[in-house]
Design a binder for this molecule. Structure first.
Ligand code: URP
Ligand code: ZN
Ligand code: ZN
Ligand code: ZN
Length: 466
């Protein structure tokens, strides 16, 4: 069995920071031993990685991506191949993408389509959630089967009427089913019907610029839908996980429900923590680069998100990576903001941006690993295989240089998209080396992986104890 030793680094997990050497054997973590001890000195290995002065952290778990997602007549520009490679460059070794049930079709059809897109293409490991766009008796029954196949979470939308929207009765039924089969309902919480009225009225007034995307998708309408899905989940006796939370009013709804002891969880994304409606207002249609839903909010919402991450009212930071090129894709909405494909790139930037949050004092180092690796793995039934460094875990390990300086740019990133949402941003910290199940994928800033190394990972059920 091939053995690797990573020595001299500071091993950081969600619970500990220890100066330890890590022994990897056959793709898994075999042992940790205090650096400098006889035990560690006695390990023989084919490969030794010097992590002196560096962090040794679990590979990132990005619980929210959309590779090749069809939206608004086009496809998200990262394929499973390009997107998974970019994930590796950014220190993410597992991502959970959203398979989509076609309207009028079955969950199984959606799942087969997504398997066919991803199979043999990925540089790092991946799993699937299922978007339910057609809740009916048959798809409700199918949920049980999917949970048993390792697709244990289901995204439902209160937004996008006519495309993804489920009504309250459908959402309640899906939650009831999840309560009985161990599944977790995830919700995109915005009042889509009300938003469509505001879109129509804005366009009638001649308001066509990207910044109106942020104005019509009101924080109050995110909060209202968040409140609604929380209460529906309470009635169903099921947990709920609210994706891409951006409004402080929505965080308040989550916090209130958690204070009541309800199993409700929230995810936010780097774009809501680092960007704002100022970006949406950039001139010459540049604001289109930042069109996503839920939308970016005014800057003063950011502190509520950081606070939520510190108080555990928000538990996970995922990217909602859903890139569309500025040229040819975002441009579809040049004369009408409602036709701009919704989504932003970020799978490569998440670990670095959250490390910058450590440097800036928003969160601790262990909290960085908790929200980016351990909790998403727990929440989606991947822990402790993924999300931590402990004997028996997959050796998905990143050697991270906390002192290296870099400038984020589309010129140097590896995502298949012609702009960066963080162009010119300076961050401290950089991924050096990445192992996926013990195999180097990035070695001292060089890509040494290949499409097909990444494997599909069936998931267990949600472990939502925190
Ligand atoms: O704008 C976004 N978030 N696009 C991806 C689809 C979704 O709603 O997550
Ligand atoms: Zn050592
Ligand atoms: Zn969504
Ligand atoms: Zn999404």
């Amino acid at each position: 069995m091939s053995r690797t030793v990573i020595h001299g680094g500071l091993v950081i997990t969600a619970s500990d920071e220890i100066h330890a050497d890590v022994l990897v054997e056959g793709g898994r973590v075999a042992a940790l031993a205090a650096h400098g001890t006889d035990a560690a000195a006695g390990w023989t290995a084919e490969r030794r990685i010097d992590a002196t002065g560096k962090y040794v952290i679990p590979g990132g778990v990005d619980a929210h991506t959309h590779m090749e997602m069809p939206f608004g007549g086009t496809l998200a520009s990262d394929t499973f191949e390009t997107g998974s490679r970019a994930a590796a460059w950014g220190g993410t070794t597992t991502f959970v993408d959203f398979a989509i049930q076609p309207r009028g079709g079955s969950l199984r059809e959606g799942l087969d389509t997504w398997h066919a897109k991803a199979d043999g293409q990925c540089a790092v490991d991946y799993a699937f959630h299922m978007i339910m766009s057609d809740v009916n008796e048959s798809s409700l029954r199918e949920m049980d089967k999917l949970v048993s196949l390792g697709i244990s979470s289901f995204k439902l939308f209160t937004a996008y009427p006519g495309v993804f929207l489920s009504d309250d009765g459908q959402i309640l039924r899906a939650m009831q089913r999840a309560a009985s089969n161990g599944g977790l309902v995830m919700t995109h919480a915005e009042n889509g019907l009300a938003i469509d009225v505001l879109v129509e009225q804005a366009l009638a007034r001649g308001e066509r610029d990207p910044r109106y995307h942020g104005e019509v998708r009101k924080a109050l309408l995110e909060a209202e839908a968040t409140h609604r899905v929380i209460r529906l989940s309470q009635v169903a006796g099921a947990p709920v996980y609210v994706v891409h939370v951006s409004a402080r009013e929505a965080v308040a709804e989550l916090a209130r429900a958690r204070d009541e002891g309800l199993p409700v969880f929230g995810e936010t994304c780097p774009q809501y923590l680092f960007l704002s409606t100022d970006n949406l207002a950039e001139p010459d249609f540049e604001g289109a680069k930042y069109v996503c839903s839920t939308p970016l909010r005014p800057k003063d919402h950011q502190e509520a998100l950081w606070r939520g991450l510190r108080t555990n009212d928000l538990q996970v930071v995922s990217t909602d990576h859903c890139p569309f090129c500025f040229k040819g894709q975002k441009e579809l909405g040049r004369d009408d903001f409602s036709k701009i494909p919704n989504g932003m790139p970020g799978v490569e930037n998440r670990m670095d941006l959250l490390h910058q949050a450590v440097v800036d004092g928003h969160i601790s180092r262990r909290r960085w690993i908790e929200i980016a690796c351990a909790t998403p793995a727990r929440m989606f039934g991947l822990y402790p295989k993924k999300g931590t460094i402990t004997p028996g875990a997959d050796a998905d390990i990143v050697v991270y240089d906390p002192h290296a300086e870099q400038v984020i740019s589309a010129e140097t990133h590896h995502m298949n998209v012609d702009y960066s949402a963080y162009e010119g941003k300076r961050v401290t910290g950089r991924v050096e080396t990445v192992l996926s199940r013990g195999v180097p994928v990035i070695e001292e800033r060089t890509y040494v992986g290949h499409a097909g190394h990444g494997a599909y990972v069936p998931r267990g059920i949600c472990q939502y104890t925190n």
